[in-house]
Design a protein around this ligand. Structure first.
Ligand SMILES: Cc1cc2nc3c(=O)[nH]c(=O)nc-3n(C[C@H](O)[C@H](O)[C@H](O)COP(=O)(O)OP(=O)(O)OC[C@H]3O[C@@H](n4cnc5c(N)ncnc54)[C@H](O)[C@@H]3O)c2cc1C
Length: 479
């Protein structure tokens, strides 16, 4: 069966991959000239890569890890030491580590917190542990119920000290959602903490060994095309054409560079485009339906990704760092962390600027200047003195609408992959699955969509359906 999928982000590609496994023929239609959506990357004229986002993979990403294994590319993940590293703004140039020992969960994470002497007092640690107990004991239902509170409100309700927020969780909230604890839903942080507490290697971090476009998306495309599927770039979905009964008749693809628009027909249709453009192209009759009206409750959050090349090494740290700066979120020296970007003599810092709402409209020059001012605090040895580090070049990638903004109350607006329209499905990290707006969420959503389509269509290759593992929860919406 032919399945048309709009959007070649990780959700669309994962959906296509699992549809080919089930013996179907997916055709992915991507509007841009680059694969990957929010993981897209480009090479500049010097041959250096720059990316939409600095991407960290976690041990708690079972669907992503399984996908890499099925593609035979799991060795492309470069696993780092099991630790979380934070800058200390009050002691410029110093770091604080949460080293996670190699013992079963949750004792490994608890030990890492207890052993950290820089960031939390004993009283704060105990208060936080007690505050977290209901989430651990009462499980996902409790975590979902906490969506009505911001994480800051939740901490206050649990009697957790304000300093815990400023020391640890501002950094965590910004890293996970690009917004601060007073804005982010408590469900997000509690979900992540639960995963890290339940899985021994859940909080272990890996980096891809090169650009996500080449090293992650291209192998998925090869897999799909070798099995009869297709991935077309420069093929923007302009309109969803309807039959009289409201089902999809075809996808109207905008003709580029003077070419005619094209009507593309298939047996089933998937939208794996992000929620903001989807809202714009929803057919009028669908906009009356409660299922699609709920999408109005979701919108992408702005974020900025910077790349700064320096004339020298600023650090030898081969890991993700939580900057704890008001301007920045996480960053990494990619000349250490990523094989393809390696350079023994010069640093290339990749940094996420978040929250970005006040910065997204500013010029690249202003953004780079403000970032350098922050780096003077993070690397005082290299930016003070007579011979400060020189910035050789930079790239700034702005994404005005990235993953859905995970403020309180959003969970109820996240749609299931199965829609009320018989031949139309959704995929995307904004759709309901338990891994939130992440790469893992995108891959899982695509897999769930492929599974739902395979159940609806006559099965072409039943043996391969085993790879479409069912989500653990009984309600697919919270899986
Ligand atoms: C700065 C940054 C850092 C991040 N860091 C991490 C991280 O460390 N770890 C992590 O797990 N996740 C991270 N993420 C989140 C992760 O990248 C996303 O959750 C995931 O990639 C989303 O995939 P998706 O397929 O759901 O959506 P998208 O990637 O948004 O894919 C949607 C696709 O649809 C296409 N499209 C849009 N309109 C049309 C149209 N009309 N016709 C056809 N195609 C269309 C788009 O071009 C795009 O390719 C980060 C994101 C950013 C921006």
């Amino acid at each position: 069966m032919r399945v048309a999928i709009a959007g070649a982000g990780l959700a669309g590609l994962s959906c296509a991959k699992y549809l080919t496994d089930a013996g179907h023929t997916p055709i992915v239609l991507e509007s841009r000239d680059v694969l990957g959506g929010l993981v897209a990357a480009w090479k500049d004229s010097d041959g250096d890569w720059y990316e939409t986002g600095l991407h960290a993979f976690f041990g708690a990403y079972p669907n992503m890890l399984q996908l890499l294994k099925e593609l035979g590319i799991e060795d492309r993940l470069q696993w780092k030491e099991h630790t979380l590293i934070f800058n200390q703004p009050d002691k410029p140039g110093t770091l604080s580590r949460f080293d996670v020992p190699d013992i079963p969960s949750p004792f490994n994470v608890i030990a890492s917190i207890l052993r950290n002497k820089d960031m939390l007092t004993w009283e704060q640690k105990i208060r936080f542990a007690v505050g977290l107990l209901p989430a651990v004991v009462r499980g996902q239902k409790y975590v979902e119920d906490m969506d009505k509170y911001s994480f800051l409100e939740w901490l206050k309700r649990q009697g957790v000290d304000e300093r815990v927020t400023s020391d640890v969780f501002i950094a965590a909230c910004k890293a996970l959602t690009f917004i601060n604890p007073d804005e982010v839903s408590a469900t997000i942080l509690l979900t992540a903490l639960n995963r890290f507490l339940q899985e021994q290697y859940g909080s272990k971090i890996a980096f891809l060994d090169g650009s996500p476009t080449e090293r992650l998306c291209s192998p998925i495309v090869d897999y799909i095309t070798e099995r009869g599927g297709e991935v077309r770039l420069n093929a923007p979905l302009k309109e969803i054409l309807l039959n009289a009964d409201g089902t999809v008749k075809g996808y109207l693809i905008r003709g580029l560079n003077g070419a005619e628009d094209e009507v593309f027909t298939a047996d089933m249709y998937v939208s794996a485009i992000s929620v903001d453009p989807l809202k714009v192209i929803l057919p009028k009759p669908w906009k009356q339906m409660e299922f699609f009206q709920k999408l109005e409750g979701l919108e992408g959050v702005p974020v900025i990704n910077l790349h700064l090349w320096f004339d020298r090494k600023l650090t030898e740290i081969d890991h993700l760092l939580f900057s704890r700066s008001p301007l920045l979120s996480v960053y990494a020296d990619m000349s250490n962390t990523c094989r393809e970007y390696a350079n023994p003599n010069r640093s290339m810092l990749e940094l996420v600027l978040a929250p970005a709402k006040d910065w997204i409209a500013k010029s690249d020059e202003e953004i780079v200047a403000a970032t350098i001012a922050e780096l003077e605090k993070l690397f005082p040895d290299h930016f003070g003195g007579d011979n400060p580090a020189t910035l050789l070049k930079s790239h700034v990638v702005k994404t005005p609408r990235s993953v859905y903004k995970a403020t309180p109350g959003r969970q109820q607006y996240r749609p299931a992959q199965v829609t009320p329209i018989a031949n139309f499905y959704l995929a995307g990290s904004y759709t309901m699955q338990r891994y939130l707006g992440s790469m893992e969420g995108a891959v899982l959503s695509g897999k769930l969509t492929a599974q739902a389509i395979s159940e609806a269509l006559p099965v072409a290759n039943p043996s391969n359906l085993q790879t479409l593992t069912r989500p653990p929860a009984t309600n697919a919406a919270t899986a």
